[in-house]
Ligand binder design. Structure first.
Ligand SMILES: NC(=O)c1ccc[n+]([C@@H]2O[C@H](COP(=O)([O-])OP(=O)(O)OC[C@H]3O[C@@H](n4cnc5c(N)ncnc54)[C@H](OP(=O)(O)O)[C@@H]3O)[C@@H](O)[C@H]2O)c1
Length: 383
């Protein structure tokens, strides 16, 4: 976010805007006016090293450093395309970003939100014109440049994608980074010829965004799916989404503790999709069948990997890293087309719709592993 030069900086440098409080402009934007020009202040969740003026109070006992507040159009970077955001979604990286985690957030203050979809309002680039429905996908969005928890964003044209055929701004955001990362993980298994007849695939962090998309997608493609979850009251929910069986996280952790000295365990899975890291990932590497595949995308359970070479040299296991943020444009487009073509699913059972006002509370809950599925932020369609 650029600090408008006409603004009076606070002692710590945050621009003071002559603006209304967030609540009073809540209903100022309507879906039928998707391309209306941006003339006045708009709402955004700003990460800052201090509480922004007019910022909503933070959730109780929060270690978040973000507030819902209002900003003025001149505070957006001068990029080629202005998008009126209709949907965003909460992804785990947003937890780290709103805590101003230095490994994730590169500039402060910044508007958080690593995903957004909406309608082009203005464009200085020939690739896009007002009225185009688009989504944003770029590693810097919501981390090094202003992101999608806002009513508008201004981005370079090469951060934008036209919606894949058959998808709406709503479904693209419901998939979001988590769904796309699950799709990348499943696609990796397909590329490695892990077919359903080879045996079950195990998924960790199964009720989370990446986890539940992995469970559902694998089930749709005919795989037997074993889910690991820390939510003891969500076993039936996971089974109704496609898990064949569910392992409580505590049971899985106890098994790993008891067998920690063993370099390999009974090989029972054709592949694993890990969203957790740490001991969980190390344990999964010990349990996959010879020539099996493990994908790793997350670190909610730790960023270490306490393993040995034995899964690799005795069972020829392959560990693939999944990095959705930096996937080049062409393979990204190709995977979205695949999602739109025959990987679409009924997402209603896993999507919780929330408003911009509720984002920080849900981010706080996600930081405590209390959320499930996908949190879709309805921005342009708030009633
Ligand atoms: N590399 C990439 O491109 C990429 C892209 C997207 C996400 N990610 C990463 O993938 C991970 C999951 O992201 P997400 O958006 O799915 O987050 P999420 O919705 O918060 O899901 C994470 C899930 O992990 C489980 N979990 C939480 N804390 C845990 C712990 N201490 N030990 C074991 N399991 C724990 C919980 O599921 P249960 O209660 O069911 O166990 C939780 O719901 C994050 O680390 C995120 O940064 C990476």
């Amino acid at each position: 976010m650029t600090s408008g030069s006409a603004k009076t900086p606070t002692p710590a440098g945050y621009p003071l805007n002559e603006i209304t409080t967030p609540k009073t402009i809540k209903n100022s934007i309507h879906p039928e006016n998707n391309t209306m020009p941006l003339n006045g202040p708009f709402r955004a969740i700003v990460v800052s090293d201090q509480q922004p003026p007019n910022g909503q109070p933070l959730p109780k006992n929060s270690n978040l450093k973000a507030s819902l507040t209002t900003i003025t159009p001149d505070q957006l970077a001068d990029e080629a395309v202005l998008v009126r955001i209709e949907y965003s979604s909460i992804n785990y990286k947003d937890v780290l970003a709103t805590q101003a985690h230095p490994g994730v957030v590169k500039n402060l203050p910044i508007i958080a939100g690593i995903t957004a979809s909406g309608t082009v309002v203005e464009s200085r680039d020939d690739q896009f014109k007002p009225g185009d429905q688009v989504f944003v996908a770029h590693a810097k969005f919501g981390t090094a440049a202003d992101g999608g928890f806002a009513e508008y964003c201004r981005v370079p044209a090469d951060w934008l994608f036209q919606l894949p055929d058959g998808m709406s701004t709503e479904t693209v955001s419901a998939w979001g980074t988590a769904g796309f990362t699950a799709a990348q993980s499943v696609d990796k298994l397909l590329q490695q010829n892990i077919t359903p007849d080879l045996g079950p695939v195990i998924v960790s962090g199964a009720t989370g965004g990446v986890g539940i998309f992995s469970v559902m997608l694998l089930h749709k493609l005919g795989y037997e799916v074993v889910a690991i979850t820390g939510k003891d009251d969500h076993h039936e929910w996971l089974k109704s989404r496609g898990a064949t069986s569910v392992i409580p996280r505590s049971e899985f952790a106890a098994l790993l503790d008891e067998t920690s000295k063993q370099p390999l365990l009974k090989s029972q899975y054709a592949a694993a999709i890990d969203t957790v890291g740490g001991n969980t990932l190390a344990g999964l590497l010990k349990m996959v069948q010879p020539r099996g595949v493990v994908t790793a995308c997350g670190m909610v359970g730790g960023n270490d990997l306490p393993t040995t070479v034995f899964p690799f040299i005795l069972r020829a296991i392959t560990l693939f890293g999944i990095d959705s943020a930096n996937l080049p444009r062409q393979p990204r487009q190709k995977l979205w087309d695949k999602i739109a073509d025959n990987w679409q699913m009924d997402l209603s059972p896993i999507v919780t719709r929330i408003s911009l006002d509720e984002v920080l509370d849900h981010i706080q809950r996600m930081s405590q592993a209390k959320t499930k599925g996908r949190l879709l932020v309805e921005i342009g369609n708030e009633k």
